[in-house]
Design a protein around this ligand. Structure first.
Ligand SMILES: CC(=O)SCCNC(=O)CCNC(=O)[C@H](O)C(C)(C)COP(=O)(O)OP(=O)(O)OC[C@H]1O[C@@H](n2cnc3c(N)ncnc32)[C@H](O)[C@@H]1OP(=O)(O)O
Ligand SMILES: O=C([O-])CC(=O)C(=O)O
Length: 458
């Protein structure tokens, strides 16, 4: 198991620029950071355009492009064994240096967003300033409220979220400016404004969907200008008085924010954005990728699977009983949800961080579903190794994320991927700003038919 202590040494490697951000606003900070990144890209193009950094095998082409280094993504890089680093910072590094909410211990969305966008650790004051800006911009336009209210409660919450986000493009500043005719060098500023407006509005949209589907007729509280984004989100969901759930959601939303660029949701937003679609349309598309059970929807599937296990074999079970249940799932031709990964080859450090949250909260240690998740983790890797198919027999973040929500009373698991969707905006939208600041082109890889591939091989 990867331990938190294993990572602590890396905090000392954080560069001075990352530790001491100035008092400038987010836009001013980006204005300062962008020229050196533009210069870095110019140099890479001039000096290394023809340098080979990998080769493409037939297995990559027919295997979901796994392993091909083919995208620029600034905010985070994923190592198969160590997991994610955000601008070089591991999760424990971030837990040490990123500002939390007043009275809270967990990283908040605003400090993670600042880090992702600028590569700098924000000060407390900058974090609060961003919280206020997001709260001030958080209300939904009336027509979007009406649209969401018109959806049948039977429409999956992720479909509702994607449609709501797409409709918000009515107010896209980038699209309006593009129509007027702005210079390429100005694209990123309008992108940034759209991205901030979208992130600000996600809690109200996502909470409205929750209320409509699961708590119809209950009043949605107004946004509190003195609360952070997730504090407001939890309050609007109706769980504002549960401090531990609020803290858990802060951590959850910060950690799920970015996972480099190749994952299906981030890649989708990058692809759509590369056509100069605005951030609302780009991120709406990303949400529909996140809604697949092999990706974000796995957190709903994990809970469904763990509850079915609990119903069949009980809560107080032996390793042997869990092993048998795992084999039953595998022999039934199904995947074990929450295990395996396209890149990771060790337990996901996000999983570890969420498990540590559970270990630090006595009410979670006593929870039968959390105990079952932990016990499953003690057995599943060996079973998956013996099964011999998956390249990574270890848990990913989804193996535990939904089960904690369930324990805290947020039991409607079809809603869980919506929370992931509120989070993934941090990283996907960050890259849209950077793609425009760096002037990246439309994405258009080459495809081949099997006949064409065979000709190439000959
Ligand atoms: C936030 C996230 O998106 S994290 C991922 C969430 N998804 C899940 O937890 C769903 C379960 N896991 C999976 O389906 C896969 O591991 C994925 C989709 C995450 C990664 O897929 P791949 O990169 O193709 O995995 P890999 O190369 O290891 O797959 C090889 C084989 O092992 C199988 N396999 C992979 N993971 C599992 C698993 N958890 N249980 C059973 N079989 C598995 C694959 O289905 C594949 O079988 P096939 O050859 O019959 O097609
Ligand atoms: O990286 C991936 O492919 C899937 C994943 O864990 C994420 O997107 O958070």
């Amino acid at each position: 198991m990867l331990s938190r202590t294993r990572f602590l040494g890396s905090v000392s490697r954080i560069g001075a620029s990352k530790r001491f951000a100035s008092t400038k606003s987010l836009k001013e900070t980006l204005q300062e950071v962008i020229p050196s990144k533009q210069e870095q890209l110019k140099k890479l193009k001039a000096e290394h355009a023809q340098t080979v950094v990998g080769d493409v095998k037939v297995e990559n082409i027919i295997g979901g492009m796994r392993g091909i280094k083919a995208m620029l993504w600034e905010a985070s890089v994923l190592d198969p064994n160590e997991g994610i680093r955000f601008h070089g910072l591991t999760i424990p590094d971030c837990q040490k240096v990123l500002p939390t909410a007043p009275g809270g211990k967990e990283i908040i969305a605003e400090s993670m967003l600042w880090l992702l966008l600028t590569g700098q650790v924000p000060s407390e004051a900058q974090t609060r300033q961003l919280s206020r800006e997001l709260a001030e911009k958080g209300d939904l336009p009336a027509f979007v409220e009406k649209l969401v209210d018109s959806f049948p409660a039977t429409l999956h919450p992720m479909t509702q979220l994607g449609m709501g986000v797409a409709a918000l493009n009515h107010d896209s500043l980038f699209q309006a400016a593009y129509e007027k005719g702005i210079k390429k060098s100005e694209y990123w500023t309008y992108m940034l404004d759209d991205c901030i407006n979208l992130i600000a509005r996600l809690p109200a949209l996502a909470a409205r969907i929750y209320r409509n589907v699961y708590k119809p007729g209950t009043p949605l509280p107004a946004i509190n200008k003195d609360l952070d984004l997730v504090g407001n989100y939890t309050t609007m969901l109706g769980f504002g008085d549960n401090h531990n759930l609020t803290e858990y959601l802060r951590l959850y939303i910060a950690l799920h924010g970015d996972h480099e660029g190749g994952n299906a949701s981030a890649h989708t937003s990058h692809l759509v954005g590369s056509t100069l679609s605005d951030p609302y349309l780009s991120y709406s598309a990303a949400l529909f990728a996140l809604a697949g059970p092999l990706h974000g929807l796995a957190n709903q599937e994990v809970l469904r699977w763990q509850l079915a296990m609990q119903a069949e074999i009980g809560s107080d079970v032996s390793h042997e009983q869990i092993k048998e249940y795992l084999w039953k799932t595998l022999k039934g031709g199904q995947v074990v949800p929450g295990y395996g990964h396209g890149v990771l080859r060790q337990a996901d450090p996000r999983f570890i961080a969420l498990q540590e949250f559970c270990d630090a909260h006595p009410e979670l240690q006593e929870s039968s579903i959390i105990r079952l998740v932990k016990k499953t983790y003690e057995v599943a890797p060996d079973v998956l190794k013996e099964h011999g198919k998956t390249k990574n027999p270890y848990p990913n973040v989804d193996a535990t994320s939904g089960c904690v929500l369930y324990h805290y009373g947020l039991k409607e698991f079809k809603y869980y991927t919506v929370i992931f969707g509120v989070s993934r905006a941090l990283g996907a939208l960050t890259q849209l700003v950077w793609s425009r600041a760096l002037g990246l082109p439309i994405e258009r890889p080459k495809s081949l038919s099997m006949d064409a591939l065979e000709m190439l091989i000959k």
